[in-house]
Design a protein around this ligand. Structure first.
Ligand SMILES: C[S@@+](CC[C@H](N)C(=O)[O-])C[C@H]1O[C@@H](n2cnc3c(N)ncnc32)[C@H](O)[C@@H]1O
Length: 227
């Protein structure tokens, strides 16, 4: 087990100093307890101080922090997200990509879940309230691939360093594994955000990658090429 994997299996990561700063002045000793962020709730306020433009995410802060820690340490190459919705997780990936000089590719219908099989939790059209214009405005330097994945996958997108697979349904996650695992750089990582959460995503990962995934303390998992 690498040091990073050991760290990911530790209890929830510490609250970043920026979060504590955003929470405002400390309460007096023995005063009422103050929750500055619930790491297991979606859309926790103050995750990123001063980020008024940050779109909402359905990820918990814990999921976000673990996913971003893996992205930050990925080998050279572009980032990919399949399942963008309003751009909440993509906004954070974009910040890392910018700092590290990477390209971020975003894949979504921006019209909601495109199909439903019996195993799936979400009906067709769920997450259909995203606005492509708003996401583009929040993340202007990303490359957008609008439509049903994998139909929208450009043939020249190879050597991928990191994939955030957050597309819920069996067929969508199956397509991510089929089309993006072979395009990963050595040491490249795919985080499966819906593993252990939706039935379809869990089955797709178990069928294709049994024995090759690493669990995270968020209950989600990741695959790394070459492990
Ligand atoms: C849970 S949402 C993504 C949440 C987002 N990452 C966040 O931070 O809030 C799932 C998204 O996956 C998209 N999706 C699912 N399957 C897809 C497919 N095959 N092609 C394109 N988009 C897909 C849906 O349109 C939806 O916006």
């Amino acid at each position: 087990m690498t040091a990073t994997e050991a760290a990911l299996l530790e209890p929830s990561p510490p609250v970043p100093p920026v979060l504590a700063a955003a929470a405002g002045p400390r309460r007096p000793r023995n005063g009422p307890a103050r929750v500055i962020a619930d790491l297991d709730k979606p859309n926790a306020p103050h995750f990123c101080a001063g980020a008024a433009m940050r779109p909402d995410s359905v990820l918990t802060v814990n999921q976000l922090l673990l996913m971003l820690a893996l992205a930050e340490q990925a080998p050279e190459g572009p980032f990919v997200e399949v399942g963008v919705y309003k751009g909440g997780s993509a906004w954070h990936l974009a910040a890392i990509a910018r700092l590290q000089g990477r390209t971020l590719h975003l894949f979504d219908t921006f019209a909601g879940i495109p199909y439903h099989d019996e195993i799936d939790n979400h009906p067709t059209g769920d997450f259909g309230d995203a606005s492509l214009g708003d996401v583009r405005a929040a993340i202007p330097d990303a490359r957008f691939h609008v439509g049903v994945f994998p139909d929208t996958l450009p043939p020249d997108l190879t050597g991928v360093a990191f994939v955030h697979a957050d597309c819920d349904q069996y067929r969508s996650v199956e397509a991510v594994i089929e089309h993006l695992v072979p395009r990963l750089a050595g040491g490249g990582v795919i985080v499966f955000d819906d593993y252990g959460c939706t039935r379809g995503a869990t089955r797709a990962v178990d069928e294709a990658l049994a024995g090759q995934i690493h669990m995270m303390n968020s209950g989600r998992c990741y695959y790394r090429r070459g492990d």
